[in-house]
Design a protein around this ligand. Structure first.
Ligand SMILES: [Zn+2]
Length: 346
């Protein structure tokens, strides 16, 4: 086919709906639809009011669920703790989402798990584990209701979402000083109020982290402060093992090791040492909003990332409830590759 006929053929074929899709995707290039992952939009995300209404509705439906307000954000939004406390002697796990307001899909996944805990799908785990869920710890950042400019943020829709709280503080650097009302509420009314054995802190990272040239669906890390006792690190590694096995076995999940530091201002390190909690950081792929195009991920990827959250939480509560977490194999940590930032050849 010479140049002329190829053009003619393309011109004719592009009128067909099926073939117009790749043509359109190619035209987008490396714009906000980075890597062809769809529009960066807030349309598919729950608002804070949606989250609050959902939790209240579930608390009314579920006899085993308690919903409490642990404090207020800078802008006065109630911060919620959902809890299922079946028996004091059972181990207790805490799931924390959206310390960073622009990392929302983990909250969407956590809400699905809240629903499942009220149905036959998951209810039986409550005999063996106590569950605490703090969803959307940073509602002001999630709603873009902040005292600084969000100009240049990429998401389309009714709002912008930002990492920081209303006064531009990073809540996951505030676990030692606790200057912010959101971190104070978490420490006073959750961490200091319950005997917690395990915690997963759920985040989203840049959309272009990879192992080799395969983009990861997320990355994980245990405490790495030198002050964490070896036994505590081992317990944390077992928690990571449960999550790794659940996600890696899906075929669509690809987990790397997160390259994280030793600061105790972050929850993975600080909460482990202060409260003797086995902790795991889970950084899922892509943020809901940001100024950087390589950090955000469009609505098209939401489904599998929400599913990854659900899978993570449900595998964890099952493994704690049936005790299988105690014998989880931690040797994979020795060979788990550290993720890197993917840079295309061109
Ligand atoms: Zn984060």
């Amino acid at each position: 086919m010479n140049e002329f006929t190829r053009r003619t053929a393309l011109g004719a074929l592009s009128a067909l709906p099926l073939l117009s899709v790749p043509v359109a995707a190619g035209a987008v290039g490396n714009g906000p639809s980075w890597n062809g992952n769809g529009n960066i939009t807030t349309a598919h995300l729950s608002t804070y009011d949606d989250v609050a209404a959902f939790l209240q509705k579930e608390a009314q439906k579920q006899p085993a669920m308690e919903l409490s307000v642990i404090g207020q954000s800078v802008k006065g939004r109630d911060l919620y703790l959902a809890s299922w406390l079946s028996a004091p002697e059972n181990p207790t796990v805490l799931f924390l989402t959206q310390q960073h307001g622009n990392e929302q899909l983990t909250t969407e996944g956590a809400l699905e798990v809240v629903k499942h805990l009220g149905t036959g799908r998951l209810r039986e785990v409550l005999d063996g584990v106590n569950i605490l869920i703090v969803p959307m710890l940073n509602p002001d950042g999630a709603m873009g209701d902040v005292d600084f400019s969000l100009e240049g943020y990429l998401a389309h829709g009714d709002r912008h979402l930002t990492r920081y709280n209303a006064v531009e503080a990073d809540l996951n650097r505030d676990h030692v000083d606790r200057l912010q009302p959101e971190t104070q509420a978490l420490h006073e009314n959750v961490l200091g109020a319950f005997e917690i054995d395990y915690m997963i802190d759920l985040h989203h990272q840049g959309a272009n982290r990879a192992l080799g040239d395969e983009l990861v669906s997320g990355s994980i890390l245990h405490p790495t402060t030198p002050n964490a006792a070896p036994e505590l690190v081992e317990r944390s590694k077992r928690l990571g093992s449960v999550v790794y096995d659940a996600v890696d076995s899906t075929g669509w999940g690809l987990i790397g090791k997160y390259n994280g530091g030793s600061a105790e201002t972050i929850s993975r390190n600080g909460l482990a040492v202060e409260y003797d909690i086995a902790t795991l950081l889970f950084e899922m792929r892509g943020m809901s909003d940001h100024t950087r195009e390589d950090y955000v991920l469009g609505a098209r990827s939401s489904g599998y990332l929400i599913r990854q959250t659900v899978l993570t939480l449900e595998a964890t509560v099952r493994a704690i409830a049936d005790g299988s977490i105690e014998s989880a194999d931690i040797s994979f940590w020795d060979t788990l590759p550290t993720q890197e930032t993917y840079t295309p050849d061109e």
